[in-house]
Design a protein around this ligand. Structure first.
Ligand SMILES: [Fe+2]
Length: 257
């Protein structure tokens, strides 16, 4: 069994959808795919991708990203209602969104959002970041910190992992130092909306061997505090220098013996 990571496949772009749909139907039958969010905000496209991938892999594991919770022309007036509908869609199509044990591996999804713990957004980011306009929340979730805490609370209690290999996964970044140092200063403007130190605290408590994340679109594989952090975002069509544009195998259990 191999474990593959993929995120930010953004199938609203036809070339990205084509890539997903043309993945081999035979090659991955014994493998797990961790799909770490930002597939599409369109429920119909989500269903198409889920059905296609679940046919090709032994099991697909999913955690929603921010794009999934965008409200456009769908029949939802609240991003949390859409979150519920996406979970129902996952259940209907066989996609796992909860703790999953398979052979010698424990897979743990960690829900989250961003809470500005990586920095305060500037005026430009507040104006330009689409989540602020196209997500809607109940009145009690009146800040990004409250939204983030709402999702972090759903991860508790963290599962007992009993000495197996542990792979956790989130859409958002659990710590900002997974970002490469080469990122230019002007690009760091988005850091406040990339993730949450609260999520990072949950990852440190869980102590996985590997943590898979998405959202930044910057492919990465870095070991920090004994945990391997992996990003394999497929990203937007033009983002060819920062993403591999292929499935990435994070571990092959056959090689471990
Ligand atoms: Fe995202």
């Amino acid at each position: 069994m191999r474990v593959f990571a993929l995120s930010d496949v953004h199938v609203d772009y036809p070339e990205n959808l084509r890539w997903v749909l043309q993945l081999s139907a035979d090659e991955y039958r014994n493998d797990i795919l961790v799909l770490a969010g930002d597939v599409s905000h369109r429920i119909g496209l989500l269903r198409q991708v889920f059905e296609s991938l679940q046919r090709k892999f032994l099991q697909v594991l999913f955690v929603p990203g921010n794009h999934e919770l965008w409200l456009h022309d769908e029949a939802f007036d609240c991003s949390l209602r859409k979150f519920d509908a996406i979970n129902e869609l996952c259940e209907a199509t066989g996609i796992r969104t909860s703790h999953f044990e398979h052979e010698s591996v424990d897979f743990v999804p960690l829900l989250s959002w961003y809470d500005f713990s990586f920095g305060e957004p500037d005026r430009h980011l507040r104006r330009a970041w689409r989540d602020f306009r196209v997500c809607r929340w109940p009145a009690r979730l009146n800040s990004s910190a409250a939204i983030c805490q709402h999702f972090l609370d759903q991860n508790l209690p963290l599962p007992q992992t009993n000495g197996k290999l542990v792979i956790s996964y989130s859409h958002f970044l659990p710590r900002i130092d997974v970002m490469p140092e080469r990122i230019p200063r002007e690009r760091r403007r988005v850091y406040p909306v990339l993730g949450s130190n609260g999520l990072g605290n949950q990852v440190m408590q869980l102590q996985p061997d590997i943590h898979i994340y998405g959202h930044s679109h910057i492919n990465q594989s870095i070991e920090l505090d004994g945990i391997k952090f992996v990003n394999n975002a497929f990203a937007y069509p033009g983002e060819t220098r920062i993403s591999r544009k292929r499935l990435y195998c994070v571990i092959d259990l056959a090689e471990l013996g």
